[in-house]
Design a protein around this ligand. Structure first.
Ligand SMILES: Nc1ncnc2c1ncn2[C@@H]1O[C@H](COP(=O)(O)OP(=O)(O)OP(=O)(O)O)[C@@H](O)[C@H]1O
Length: 278
């Protein structure tokens, strides 16, 4: 297994082109830094750009502008071979809906082995054998079971193990606890914690699950295509954007709609905003 990967994004922009001219700007300048071995939850409303950011980090989609570095290597300008190598050995991804990247008629062990076959021979020697990986993750009881016979929660845990089969330094997961009951959600999160503790893997998870946010030290809320606020140890802080903008707290958004005029009054380390009377 590789040690945890450092993730650095600076001014990352992503545009989905549309032939009719209605291009979608999904990310508008994302700045973030995730230390090796850190666990981060990406929160935010639907359409904010969370899954897009995950796809860029996983080398599945190339960012339109900005800089996105994994352990110092610039992903945005990597050629196709380097991107293939990144996906085969550098990053493990758990897609939304656990069955999407798993073979239902094969066992957990066989699914892990299959992913390892795509890893270049020179790097394969450093990987844990499928059975050892499943043991290390506390999933030995699922190793010989066909995935088609597993429950949703069991399947999701196997999906995490399969994402780790290539010994990545970065684990990405899109909504890993959605559609699971409380016991299975806890089991999946316990597993992710075990991955970090055992292997030092860096973890970035997209989630709408407040349980995930409450459990980890750091949350980043993506809103309107950038990091709008950051939570650390239960304290939420707005993040100043690349254009100097600070997003309003959710509770004020409907009361102060776009276009509302405000007087901005700096006062030492404080800034007061006063809405203009209408
Ligand atoms: N392949 C695509 N082609 C065109 N537009 C896309 C594509 N994927 C996403 N988008 C658009 O980009 C924006 C960001 O989408 P994204 O899926 O990253 O948001 P999200 O925060 O993950 O949302 P959700 O929580 O609903 O999954 C949205 O406006 C979405 O419609």
């Amino acid at each position: 297994m590789s040690a945890g990967t450092e993730v650095v994004c600076e001014g990352v922009v992503h545009v989905y082109p549309d032939p009719s001219g209605d291009d979608v700007v999904a990310l508008r300048g994302v700045d973030l830094r995730v230390a090796p071995g850190e666990r981060v939850a990406l929160l935010g409303p639907s359409g904010a750009g969370k899954s897009t950011l995950l796809a860029l980090l996983g080398g599945l989609v190339r960012a339109s502008a900005g800089s996105l570095r994994l352990d110092g290597a610039e992903v945005r300008t990597m050629d196709e071979r380097a991107l293939l190598r990144l996906r085969a050995t550098g990053v493990g991804t758990v897609l939304q809906g656990p069955s999407r990247n798993l073979l239902p008629y094969a066992t957990a062990e066989q699914n892990v082995a299959l992913v390892q076959r795509a890893v270049p021979r020179s790097r394969r020697r450093g990987l844990l054998a499928p059975r050892d990986l499943l043991d290390a993750l506390g999933l030995a009881d699922l190793a010989r079971r066909r995935l088609g016979a597993l429950s949703g929660g069991e399947l999701q845990r196997v999906a995490v193990a399969v994402a780790l089969a290539n010994g990545p330094g970065l684990l990405l997961a899109d909504e890993p606890t959605s559609q699971l009951g409380t016991a299975h959600r806890t089991a999946v999160l316990d597993l992710v914690d075990r991955v970090c503790e055992r292997f030092g893997t860096t973890v970035v998870v997209v989630t709408h699950d407040p349980g995930v946010a409450a459990r980890w030290d750091r949350t980043l809320t993506i809103r309107d295509g950038r990091v709008g606020s950051e939570g650390r140890l239960g304290r939420d802080r707005a993040v100043v954007g690349p254009d100097g903008a600070v997003q309003l707290p959710d509770a004020l958004r409907s009361a102060w709609p776009p276009g509302t005029r405000v007087e901005v009054v700096p006062d030492g380390d404080e800034l007061r905003l006063r809405r203009e009377a209408t």
